[in-house]
Structure formats: C-alpha cells, structure tokens
Design a protein around this ligand. Sequence first.
Ligand code: ASP
Length: 436
Amino acid sequence: MKFGGSSLANAGQFKKAGDIVRADKSRRYVVPSAPGKRDGKDDKITDLLYQTYDAAVSGASYKKIYEKIKSRYRGIIDGLNLDLNLESEFDNIEENFLAKSGREYAASRGEYLNGLIMAEYLGFEFIDADRIVYFNDDGSFDAEFTNKEIEEVLSTVEKAVIPGFYGIDHSGRIRTFSRGGSDITGSIIARGINADIYENWTDVSGFLVADPNIVDEPAVIETITYRELRELSYMGASVLHEDAIFPVRKEGIPINIKNTNRPDDRGTMIVESTCKRSPYTITGIAGKKGFCSINIDKAMMNNEVGFCRKALQAFEDSSISIEHMPSGIDTMSVIVHQEEFQDKEQQVVASIHRLAKPDSVEMESGIALIAVVGRGMRTTRGTAGRVFSALAHARINIKMIDQGSSELNIIVGVSDTDFEAAVRAIYDIFVSTQLN
Ligand code: ASP
C-alpha cells in the first residue's frame, strides 16, 4: 500500500493511515510519500526541500525554510506521541545540502523522514529505498535489477515501511522519479513481492468519470482496465502517476485507488481485464485544450505513394510529436500540441513544402480534444451516435473525429471555447440520464 502526501500531511492523517494498515493483517508493505498540504494554502514538504537546497547551495539564507520543514516533522512526531528524535537526521541532511549532495537527494529526504516516522508508528521495519530501488547512471529506472533486489531483501522481512519516490544509482547517488513518483515505488514493490493487490491511498474515492471542475459531483469509476486508464491519463485525468501502471501491469496485479478519509468507500479497481460492464457504457471522459491542426492539401494526394511519410518527416525533423492524423482524399490534418508547435511552426511548414510539395498548408488553433473512453463500446452499438447527438443538442460543432481500431475510445475535436460544455453534454447523455 502507498499513502500519498495529503494522507500523511499531519498527525491526524497519520492516525487514519495507521488504522487502515492495522485493520488488515495482510497489509504488509507500506510506502509513504512526504507530507503534503494540510490545506489549500499550505506547502508540500518536497517543495520546501527543493527551496531549502537551492538556497543553501547558492549561499542564500535557507535556515528559515528548513526550520519550517523540521517543525512539520516534529509536529507529526509529537501528535503521535512517538519516542523518536530526528534531530541528528536533520543535522546530517543540512550538512549534505551544504556539501551539494544534489537536488534529487534533497527532494528524497521528505519521503525518507516520513518513512522513519511511519515505521516507528506502525512498529514495522524500516527498509530504505536506497537498498532496493535502483536507477541507471543516466537517471532512468533499472527495473530488472530492482525487482531482483526487492525479491531478495523483502523475502525475509514480514512487514516493512519503504519510503517512496527515490532510489539509488549504480554510482551511489540518490535519484528520484518525477514528481508524484511514490506511486511508482508502490507499484514496483507490489511487483517485486508478487502482491495480491496494490492499494493506493489518496484523498479521493477513486477515478471519476469526468473532471469535477467541469461536471458537478461526477460518478466514481468502479472498475477500469489499465488500457482505459492509460487513455484517460494521457488525456489529462490524474490521480495516479502514469508510470505507476507498468510494473504491476506486467504481473497482472490490480491497483485499488482508495480514500484515506473515507476508507469504507470501494474506490476504483484498476485491472488487466474484466467481464464487469461499466454501468454507463462509457468508462470515463477526459480532454485537453490547446491543440492545433495543420491541414495539408494536395490535389490527387490519394494517388501519390509516400505523401504522408514526406509530410510527417517535417514534424519529426523538428521533434514535434503528433497526436492524431485525421485524413480525407486530398487532405490530411495533423493535430499537435500548440505550445510545443508554435515556436517551430514556420520551420515545419517550410519543410512540409520542401519535402511533400502540397498545394496549401493551413493552420487552425484553439482546438480541444475530448476522449470518450470505454471497453463497453466494442459491444454496444450507437455509442458514437450518442456522443454526436449530445454535442449537436448542445449546439457544439465537431471539428474532428477519431476512433481507434481498439474501439476503446472516440476522440472528438471541438473549439477550446466549447470544451467544458462538450464534456458536460457527453457526461449528461451517458451518465446523468442513467442516474435519474
Ligand atoms: N513527494 C513527491 C512529490 O511531491 C513524490 C510523491 O509525493 O509521490 O512529488
């Protein structure tokens, strides 16, 4: 099980986490994040660590921020009535900061210290992540070596706390995953010990069918497959770090997203495959704004073998990644992220002209993409029809349509300004009408 930062933000949250661990004896390995925000205005310990380190190495005053960090930990220890003193750890970390031990080392201390507290509080053994989680010297994760180490070290440890987010490279330097990376640690530990389940405890009761900032109190997704989740996360839905899927997916271990503040809620089960039908045909809706479409025209394009390759070469040469590529007989459109594209647009257009010799290249910006995802679509007729009529009734113009051969998702492009209304319209037709 992994507990996120908000689940361990203060002593009260620690107690909830402790109760959850103790409620089931089969919960044996616990991966804590660093303390997160206690409320909207609060700081995450990881952010404070980066700030302290940056100040310390640049010779600026860092003591005040560092004091803030120390008092957060002291507050947790006192609130839990623990007989634990971290003062020598604090001094040691400060010395290492001044010796320029690296930003990754600095960030990792949030999880390290929280791990020490968690282990003491639960009475579990503390296994430092730098004993079992390995990175290559280029900073990439060394999955196979790590897996062997975890198997070996944890095979003799009945119950343990292992801090999330970091490990060590083969030269002995502390390395971290990208932000939110404790999710990945939890997943690789689950894989290494061949867990029955990886519980990921956070502050929401699972994945929601749509973004709660757009739809009022959206329904929770009870069961979702790894593939569906990947589609939704790619399009912006976030609860779990994207890379956390891969280790457990390899072994078919399900992930259960659970809410520390409402432990009886079932949360969301993420599984490899399932016979369970989604109650709404679709599993989820996610989307992003800020795309741009490059429309390339050439008369008789369909007769010209290699045209697409030549046009796409222009994007590759400028290192622009392509999102979608809807096409007509004499046109092809390439959808890209506007932010990534705009600085290079003229260079790309010139190179399309040079390589593919089109009749014209036009651009349209301000496009939002919405993915309607669901394994249920494959066996249900009319899903696309319902998406399109929902948008038509909401008076929203569809600019682009894309359905992958997996029949797992339908992607529609609408204007940025129609984005929220479009998500609500799709949610309403599939979910609200079922609930009422
Ligand atoms: N503490 C790290 C962060 O804030 C990692 C994590 O919480 O998963 O990104």
